[in-house]
Design a protein. Sequence first.
Length: 112
Amino acid sequence: MDCIFCKIANGEIPSNKVYEDDKILAFHDINPEAKVHVLVIPKEHICCVDKVNKENSHNVSYIFEKIPQIARDAGITNGYRVITNCGEDACQTVKHLHFHILGGEKLPEHIR
């Protein structure tokens, strides 16, 4: 498989880690859209939200259980936004389920 996020999760490509355990990895986005921009990925490859099912949905719930800690560890203290993109029209550029945590500053009300 030629998935960049799988390679990052496997340690084949370096990342600026914020959090890691046996199930997930959180790291700083290389093209941040906010003062703090962290990506959270499951280590199990799931291409997008459309492919979340009964067998793998535990990954998503686990990520959401960890997001508050990850946000704090990244230095976010006054709120954050969590975003995921699914498919071409949503501009999903990496076909591996991931969640963007954006914060560290006042964010605009609308997404462009």
